[in-house]
Write a protein of this length. Structure first.
Length: 325
């Protein structure tokens, strides 16, 4: 997965990805409840310490770093949330100063603006550290009270998937700006592959996040992938009144309820539908999916459901579906 695990950065990042993969074997409602949570939290702190002076080797590991960030953002106690924010800041610093990468001035300007943006109160809020004055101070706080990573030892903050959208799109902008200056670069393909793996694998704590990230960063999508996402949606809420023919081929025996998962699938569909082949029958099916989500009459799903319906109508209109009817 990552090199041959020769350097400390290879070992720590590789270990982190391996442990996060293992959470799918015995999934829990939240990542903090998992038996491997302490290992994940400790490795996240190691990654922050290694992120200075480009010791994480961003040129090699950027897709894995962004993957870990999107899965951990706004997770854990305050010091860990601040650590994730600090990790992003240091990654951008490394991209600015890394001798392995030779960026144009325009790209460096994008990176400098990103550094400023991630330091704004808006992004402090997205990372779950809105109540602190200095993220750097909190990230390195070492009082005994803050050393415990168990969920009962701190107040968990609710994390909106719309916040993850904003963070992911900001990271994607950074990656795409850098890729324009690199002749052959597989960063985005690697990140998309990592997100897709988690998006289509049952894991209540990480699957919703991965679906949102997959939707935000994908540059292409297949009929089969859209069908898989609708299948996940159908399992997440058996109450959805999806078209009978579609429902019969999508429903499975392992239904489970999750409002967060429903929202994540709807966000992913909203992002991915414009990428779908214009001849796909899924375009019309997505209209009824959006209507079905709104019929659930859940306040928390109204925004996502309306966005999907709006995107679907725009897409159908661009395909001239309404020209003769």
């Amino acid at each position: 997965m990552i090199g041959y695990l020769h350097t400390p950065s290879d070992q720590v990042i590789g270990r982190m990805c391996k442990i996060i993969d293992k959470t799918c074997l015995s999934p829990t409602p939240t990542l903090e409840q998992h038996l491997m949570w302490d290992d994940i939290a400790i490795l996240a702190r190691y990654m922050l310490m290694l992120s200075f002076n480009n010791s994480l080797d961003v040129a090699t590991h950027l897709p894995y770093l962004f993957h870990v960030v999107t899965l951990l953002v706004a997770t854990g106690p305050l010091s860990l949330r601040a650590s994730t924010h600090g990790l992003v800041i240091n990654i951008i610093h490394s991209l600015c100063t890394c001798s392995q990468l030779n960026f144009r001035e325009e790209t460096k300007q994008v990176l400098r603006l990103s550094l400023t943006e991630f330091s704004l109160p808006k992004f402090y809020l997205l990372f779950g550290i809105s109540k602190v004055k200095s993220a750097a101070v909190i990230a390195f706080r070492s009082s005994y009270r803050d050393r415990s990573f168990s969920p009962g030892s701190y107040e968990r903050e609710t994390f909106a998937l719309s916040s993850l959208e904003t963070v992911t799109e900001a990271l994607l902008e950074i990656m795409e700006a850098c890729m324009r200056d690199i002749s052959v670069c597989k960063w985005l393909d690697q990140w998309t592959e990592l997100a897709q793996k988690f998006a289509f694998q049952y894991n209540p704590s990480l699957q919703p996040r991965a679906l949102v990230v997959f939707g935000c960063i994908s540059k292409r999508v297949t009929h089969s992938q859209i069908k898989q996402i609708i299948r996940i949606l159908s399992k997440a809420s058996p109450l959805l009144s999806i078209d009978r023919g579609l429902e019969s081929c999508l429903k499975g025996p392992d239904n489970y309820n999750s409002q967060v998962l429903i929202e994540a699938t709807v966000i992913a569909l909203t992002k991915l539908q414009p990428l779908l082949n214009k001849d796909s029958p899924m375009h019309k099916a997505v209209f009824w999916v959006a209507v079905a989500v709104l019929q659930l009459d859940e306040v928390n799903l109204y925004s996502a459901g309306t966005a999907l319906l709006e995107q679907n109508l725009h897409t159908l209109d661009s395909l001239r579906v309404f020209n003769d009817k």
